[in-house]
Each structure stands twice: as structure tokens, then as C-alpha cells.
Design a protein around this ligand. Sequence first.
Ligand SMILES: Cc1cc2nc3c(=O)[nH]c(=O)nc-3n(C[C@H](O)[C@H](O)[C@H](O)COP(=O)(O)OP(=O)(O)OC[C@H]3O[C@@H](n4cnc5c(N)ncnc54)[C@H](O)[C@@H]3O)c2cc1C
Ligand code: FES
Length: 276
Amino acid sequence: MKILGKSILADAGGLRIISLDIFAPEIALKVKAGQFVVLIPTAKGERIPLTVVNSDKQSGKISLVFQETGLTTRILGAMEPGDVLYALAGPLGQPTRISNFGKVILVGGGVGIAEIYPVACAMREAGNNLTVILGAKNKNFLILASEIKAIAQDYYCLTDDGSSGEQGLTTDKLNALLSKGKYDLVYAVGPIPMMREAARITRDFSVNTVVSLNALMVDATGMCGCCRVTVAGGVKFSCIDGPEFPANDIDWDELEKRNSMYLDKEKHICKLKNVS
Ligand SMILES: Cc1cc2nc3c(=O)[nH]c(=O)nc-3n(C[C@H](O)[C@H](O)[C@H](O)COP(=O)(O)OP(=O)(O)OC[C@H]3O[C@@H](n4cnc5c(N)ncnc54)[C@H](O)[C@@H]3O)c2cc1C
Ligand code: FES
């Protein structure tokens, strides 16, 4: 659980995206695309789920990429190579269903770009034709672009301010591509409004669509019920049944409400602990 390496992938306007390599041989041996770990950085941090972006069975290394959004991700962001995590559990969640689907569009928004990377690698290995759409606030936050571009047949990048690629939204590009050609699967990870809009668009084109949800989690082993989502009218636990679900079966209104449930408390805790 020792931190082996650290790199800052983005650092602008007080926001950072950080990549950490961690020595976790048992996890590296078993983890598959789409799975995540839960970690507690120090005794003062909370349990947080993070996707395993890369792993290496030989060296026992896993890589995590995270945005500093609140208290625990900031504590983790302040740790350095040589430091040891207080706790780490995984791999958790169901792996992505990987098969040769045919033509696949992968959509990644913000730090969701890191989360689509292992799926892109596995989908490519399975023989799929990959079209990737990446979206970020601006060029500073466009992470892993060259790695993803290298494995995609078609690559589009969009930024809010046009500082890299086209100016616009990933979902507008998705709509444009689906209007012109036939695709077999769409896989999207990013902010809830982006995934929700992707679901709306793909429903009109009847394309099978999978999203990876960032539902709030506590124990991440199916015991607390914190991560429950309604999928096709039934209750699912995102940590053990997900985190991926068919986009058009999700009760998005409920998910949005549940994910903002603790925002005031999170801001209050950050103030108390003097973390901006
Ligand atoms: C399966 C899964 C995989 C994830 N993978 C990544 C990843 O690879 N990289 C990454 O940057 N983020 C990822 N996240 C989101 C990450 O867990 C949250 O950003 C983190 O928990 C925030 O903790 P905090 O204390 O720093 O922020 P807080 O101050 O607690 O909250 C900041 C924001 O994060 C959300 N959040 C808080 N706690 C959780 C929680 N336990 N689960 C989900 N969201 C939470 C809050 O709603 C709020 O919007 C993932 C979430 C899930 C469920
Ligand atoms: S996080 Fe507790 S049941 Fe999923």
C-alpha cells in the first residue's frame, strides 16, 4: 500500500488531477477493466472509491487518477511517494462486459477520461473499432489524451473554451456521430448531466449504452445501502451490482438527488478542517 510514484496531470485554477502508482500486488493480480478500489489515505480521511486506471501484475503496481474535490481527495493529493495508505480494499464492483461488439463509442468527460482508459484498452484488445470522444473544461484538464488517441480508430476532443480540439460538448459530438453512422455500443463516464444526456441521445438511436455511476458509497461491499440506485424499476447497489448499468434503465432524477444529499455537510467539514 506504499505510494511508488506521483504525477500531477492537471493543475489550474486551484483544481488538480493527480495520478498515483501504488504497490498493491494482490489487487494488481486480479483487477479487471471497470473495477475500483476503496481507500482511506490517512487516519483522518474517509473511505473513497477510485477506479483502477492501470495495473501491472509483474511489478504489483496499480494506478489511480483522481481529482481533488473535497477533504479526502485533498488529503490523498498531499501524500508523496514513500507514504503508505492507511487502508486499501479491492478490486471491487463488477468488471466491464468486454466482447467484440463491433463499433464502439467511448465518451469520457473530466476525470471520467481516466475511467474510460482501461475500458478502451480492453475493448480494443477484444477487436472492437473504437471511436473516442473526450471532453474537458479546457486543455489543461484534457488528461491521458495521447494514450487514448493511440488506441482509438477515431478520436474527437472537445473543450468548453475551444482551447483544445473543438469547442462544445461531448454529447453534441455523440449526437452528430450517431446521426451519420451506425454504432453497436456507447460507453460513457463523466459528470451525471453528461451521462444522462448521453442516455437521452442514444435512446433516440436505439443504441445499447452503458454508464459507470459515481453513486455515493460508504462500505462498498453491499452492506450499508448508501449507493442504491433504481435500475429498470428495481433497487441495485452500485458497489456490488455496478458501478456500470444500462443508461436507459436508470432513474436519473433519484441519482441526482442522492448524490447532492451531503453537499452542505461536505462544504461544512472542509471549512472546519480548513480545506478549501
Ligand atoms: C465506483 C466509483 C469510482 C470512482 N472513480 C473515481 C476516479 O477514478 N477518479 C476520481 O477522481 N473520482 C472517482 N470517483 C469519485 C470519488 O470517489 C469522489 O470524488 C470522492 O469520494 C470525493 O471525496 P472527497 O472527500 O474528496 O470529497 P467530498 O467533499 O466528500 O465530496 C466532493 C464531491 O464528491 C462526491 N462524493 C463524496 N463522497 C463520495 C463517495 N464516497 N462516492 C462517490 N462520490 C462521492 C460528493 O457528492 C461531492 O460532489 C469514483 C466514484 C465511484 C462511486
Ligand atoms: S456502498 Fe454500501 S451498499 Fe454500496
